[in-house]
Design a protein around this ligand. Structure first.
Ligand SMILES: Nc1ncnc2c1ncn2[C@@H]1O[C@H](COP(=O)(O)OP(=O)(O)OP(=O)(O)O)[C@@H](O)[C@H]1O
Ligand SMILES: [Mg+2]
Length: 681
């Protein structure tokens, strides 16, 4: 890094300042209190802002409320501009206000912390300096005027700690601390894991015993399985036997059922036989008295009846004829009788109206009387004929009636006769059926007898079946017991297997943990014996290297600055030891110039060693504020060699010594008239 340009506004004794820093060595010259240190403080503020513990009032110009810095730096040939402001609030507190960084054309406004971090990063400084007081800048670039000697006078352990920090040696300490933490963690982990595997042996024993149990159980199961196989065979045989017996029983049952059916059939036939026999006897009784029916006689009677019926019919029609003739004759008598009676009672003739004489009456009366008597004679004859006819009709009626009765009787005889014929035919057919039925009965009896004999031969079958069945059931029961035992054993085996698997897994897990413990123990041993020792020796070697380098450079710088009578070296804790003719002189007993020289030599060698150890971007720049305070003239002369040997690309010096002006490339004069300003450049 190189400083290019600094602009200050209201910083300490400056109201306004623009200062450009050329390459090479620059001397800031000026009277006491003219404002030289203020520029260096302005540079430091412009770079890092306020340091922890640094008051704002040490920067802000008294009487001002606002201040600002603007610094151009060059890093790797790139110009970076850093801008900061400070402001004073009404209550008097002074705070950093805004921070702006511009890289190339990119301008960014950042918070104070961001700005600090950004600059630390740009300078390749360790991150921690963003929060801490920037010791690296302090010891490699700019040590404030009063603090130059402080590092030398510091307590050895504090200085050593500071140096270890600067050299990055404290990282070994950190590594060791971390290694201890790691060791503790490893120990804790081992303890924990040991607890976890505490039951490993017990588990192994358990596994062995459970496994033996499993083997015994498996053997037992195998034996049961063999027995079971045998039982299956026995059961099969028994089953076959049972089937055979069952067939026999079925056959017997069939025979018995046949016998039963035949017996029922036989009984039916017997019933039929006896019923038919009774019927035949009854029928025989019916045909016992033979009817004397004759067809010829029936025919003769029928003919006679017919003949007399015809005669009767003829007589009846004759009677009707006679009856009507009698009626005609009776009506023929009516008129003469009426006329006779009329004449008798008649006085005058109805025609001539002349009285009728008795004679005349008598004569005419007689005439009518004759007429009547003639009719009466006819009538008498007819009535006689009618009487004869009635008698004949009565006689014929009697005959017809008698023949009708006869005919009826004959017809009934005929019916009876025909019935007897039918019965006789029935008796004959029944006799045939009876004979057949008798034969069937004999046959059925025979069949039943034969079947009975056969059925008898199977009488033992049921008993056999029962005993075989019992045997079969016994086998079944035995098999069932075996099955239950097998199932129980299998279940037990299954559980054992699961248990064994679990145990095995647990053991494996614990063995893995044991392996981990072994590994951790190895690691613990390695960290304890090897790693920490290694880090220790690395630290010692590094320290020794640095110390020897530092010591050599310090010796050189010291010998340049101080007269030959004094020698200098660094002791174990980097404390400068000054020797005057074999005697160590306490730092406080040295002259002012010697003390400054010691401090400067220490400061320069520290700067060199640090720069050689790191990649920080401020390697090429050195700022020295009054490095020659109290120097004798010859010591000041030696500053020329020192500046040459430092070979810094940019060196900013502050000194009152006019002589120094001749040793540098550039001189900037500062003056103060109320406010500081550049007098000449
Ligand atoms: N906050 C401030 N406001 C105003 N002036 C200040 C402030 N702080 C310091 N000063 C004054 O600024 C002036 C310059 O101080 P500075 O330390 O820069 O002087 P110098 O040139 O380094 O002097 P020396 O050679 O004695 O070291 C001094 O007079 C100092 O009292
Ligand atoms: Mg000063």
């Amino acid at each position: 890094m190189l400083f290019k340009k600094l602009v200050l506004e209201n910083i300490r004794s400056y109201e306004n300042l623009t200062i450009e820093f050329p390459k090479g060595s620059v001397l800031l010259a000026g009277d006491i209190g003219s404002g030289k240190t203020s520029i260096l403080l302005g540079l430091q503020f412009a770079l890092f802002g306020l340091q922890p513990g640094q008051k704002g009032s040490s920067i802000l110009r008294q009487g001002s409320d606002n201040a600002s810095t603007r610094l151009d730096i060059e890093i790797d040939e790139e110009i970076i501009t850093l801008e900061r402001t400070i402001k004073k609030s009404k209550n008097g507190s002074i705070t950093q206000d805004s921070s702006i960084i511009t890289i190339g054309t990119k301008r960014e406004e950042l918070s104070t912390m961001e700005m600090k971090e950004r600059v630390i990063k740009l300078l390749n400084y360790p991150k921690e300096f963003a929060k801490k007081s920037n010791l690296l800048y302090k010891f490699t670039v700019y040590t404030p005027q009063e603090e130059m000697k402080a590092i030398v006078q510091e307590k050895p352990e504090v200085r050593l700690d500071t140096l270890r920090h600067l050299f990055g040696i404290d990282r070994y300490k950190k590594i060791k601390e971390n290694a201890e933490i790691l060791l503790k963690k490893i120990k804790d982990a081992i303890k924990l894991k040991e607890v976890l595997i505490s039951e490993l042996n017990l588990l192994r024993e358990k596994f062995t015993s459970e496994n033996e149990k499993k083997i015994t159980l498996a053997r037992g199961a195998n034996e049961i399985s063999l027995d079971y196989q045998k039982l299956i065979k026995i059961k099969e045989e028994s089953e076959n036997k049972l089937n055979l017996i069952q067939n026999t029983i079925d056959e017997k049952r069939e025979l018995d059922s046949k016998i039963e059916n035949l017996t029922i059939l036989l009984q039916g036939k017997k019933d039929l036989e006896s019923r038919m026999k009774k019927e035949v006897i009854l029928m025989q009784k019916q045909v016992h008295e033979k009817s004397d029916f004759s067809e010829e006689r029936l025919k003769a009677v029928s003919e006679l009846l017919k003949k007399h019926q015809e005669i009767l019919e003829e007589r009846n029609s004759k009677f009707l004829e006679l009856s009507s003739a009698v009626s005609v004759l009776d009506s023929k008598k009516e008129r003469p009788l009426q006329l006779k009676n009329k004449i008798t009672s008649l006085e005058n003739c109805p025609t001539c109206l002349q009285p009728v004489s008795q004679d005349h009456k008598h004569r005419i009366g007689l005439q009518f009387q004759y007429e009547i008597e003639e009719v009466n004679r006819d009538l008498e004859q007819k009535l006689q004929q009618k009487q004869i006819l009635i008698n004949e009709i009565e006689k014929e009626k009697e005959l017809v009636k008698g023949y009708e009765i006869d005919k009826n009787n004959f017809q009934q005889d005929k019916i009876k006769y025909e019935h007897q014929r039918t019965i006789e035919i029935k008796i004959k057919s029944d006799a045939f059926v009876l004979e057949r039925t008798s034969n069937e009965i004999v046959d059925l009896k025979d069949q039943i007898k034969q079947l009975g004999i056969r059925s008898q031969t199977f009488s033992q079958a049921q008993e056999n079946f029962n005993s075989t069945k019992k045997e079969f059931q016994n086998i079944n029961e035995k098999m069932r017991i075996k099955e239950i035992t097998t199932a129980t054993q299998n279940k037990e085996l299954e559980l054992l297997k699961i248990r064994l698997e679990e145990l095995s897994k647990e053991i494996q897990g614990k063995e893995k943990i044991r392996e981990q413990i072994d590994y951790l123990r190895g690691l613990q041993g390695w960290v304890q014996k090897n790693f920490i020792t290694l880090v220790d020796s690395m630290e010692k070697i590094k320290m020794a290297q640095l110390r020897s380098e530092f010591s050599k450079i310090f010796k050189d710088w010291f010998s340049i600055l101080v007269s030959d009578s004094l020698m200098a070296r660094l002791d174990e804790d980097f404390t400068p030891v000054i020797i005057n003719q074999d005697y160590e002189i306490d730092y406080d007993f040295l002259s002012g110039g010697e003390r400054t020289a010691t401090a400067l030599a220490y400061r320069l060698s520290l700067n060199q060693v640090l720069n050689s150890q790191s990649y920080i971007k401020t390697k090429d720049i050195v700022i020295l504020d009054e490095p020659t305070d109290g120097f004798a003239t010859e010591q000041i002369d030696k500053m020329r060699d020192i500046f040459e040997q430092l070979k810094a690309e940019q060196m900013i010096l502050v000194s009152h010594e006019e002589k120094i002006e001749g040793f540098v490339d550039h001189v900037i004069r500062i003056k103060k008239d109320g406010t500081s300003s550049i007098e000449s450049q």
